[in-house]
Write a new protein. Structure first.
Length: 306
């Protein structure tokens, strides 16, 4: 079983206008509401791949209930903690000749709310996976990831952390199963620039010395590299295609890697499926569908020589 945690989910209200005006009322030509959050994105892809998972995190108010209804309608299993006060945030995205994004902070989360979430983690068993993705919202303490991994420490849970900087470094002592920085984030953690394969491998191994088991480094147009816990280096390129969307590509990679490893217990296959998921989402207006992932995998990665 895979569990994902989304600490500050959102409804994204996307509005299209011909031209953004400040001297009159703007009227939309099209609009739509989507649910969002990095952990939820991972759950979406896992569900489409047929990997059993459950989305956890915080929701609040009528907007939280709407988000949960939308998730369940897409067949995603969830078990959110509801806050007593506030509302799950609504982010406004205006798309015109330029794009205007207004992201809300989200509801206040108390220590009691955090304690309830930590208690919920006790249902996670040895051999399960827990995925933490994204930055920590301002309404939560900086050590929340550490507190979550400390709660699970020694229980045999495979933790996956997709974060950056000190947020990532501070959880390495709990020996996460997988971390996924991009090559810029990897270099920033050590105050250097990582460009070559050797530089990336060197820094990845330094993170393994601190505690990470597997280090997956996304490299934008150059594909990805994996330094696995056995010391084997894997390198994979991108599939050919037109970049349509950059949102959710990293989340799709994480989902694909975990799903692939659960399926076959093989890091080479896990990396290939991760790349197929990330590329398929990059070629799609939204998160990739199962068929889009299958198409990319079969056309590019089925016999990939990593």
């Amino acid at each position: 079983m895979v569990y994902t945690i989304t600490l500050n989910p959102a409804l994204d209200y996307v509005m299209h206008v011909d031209r953004l005006r400040y001297d009159d009322i703007n009227r939309t030509t099209d609009d739509a509401i989507y649910y969002g959050g990095k952990g939820i994105n991972v759950s979406v892809i896992l569900t489409r791949l047929g990997t059993k998972n459950k989305a956890l995190g915080f929701l609040a108010g009528f907007t939280g209930r709407q988000l949960e209804d939308m998730i369940k309608a897409d067949g995603i299993e969830c078990d959110f903690n509801y806050l007593k006060n506030g509302y799950t945030r609504i982010n406004v995205k205006v798309k015109a000749e330029t794009e205007l994004d207004i992201n809300a902070n989200g509801p206040k989360i108390t220590e009691d709310d955090i304690a309830m979430l930590l208690t919920r983690l006790d249902e996670i068993k040895a051999g399960d996976y827990l995925i933490l993705a994204g930055s920590i919202p301002k309404n939560l303490p900086d050590d929340i990831y550490e507190r979550i991994l400390k709660r699970l420490d020694g229980k045999g849970v495979n933790c996956v952390v997709d974060a950056t900087g000190d947020l990532l470094k501070n959880v390495l002592k709990y020996k996460p199963f997988l971390i996924k920085p991009n090559h810029h984030e990897l270099g920033d953690m050590f105050g250097v620039t990582a460009k070559t394969d050797d530089e990336i491998v060197d820094l990845a191994r330094r993170l393994q010395e601190i505690g990470a088991r597997n280090v997956l480094v996304s490299r934008a147009k150059d594909g990805a590299m994996l330094v696995d816990e056995n010391g084997v280096i894997h390198k994979i390129g991108n599939a050919p295609g037109e970049l349509v969307n950059s949102v959710g590509c990293g989340d799709s990679m994480v989902a694909g890697f975990v799903a692939g490893y659960i399926e076959k217990g093989d890091y080479k296959y896990a990396l290939a499926l991760a790349s197929a998921c990330g590329n398929a989402t990059a070629f799609s207006p939204q998160l990739a569908t199962k068929q889009e992932i299958i198409d990319v995998f079969e056309n590019e990665y089925k016999n990939y020589n990593i």
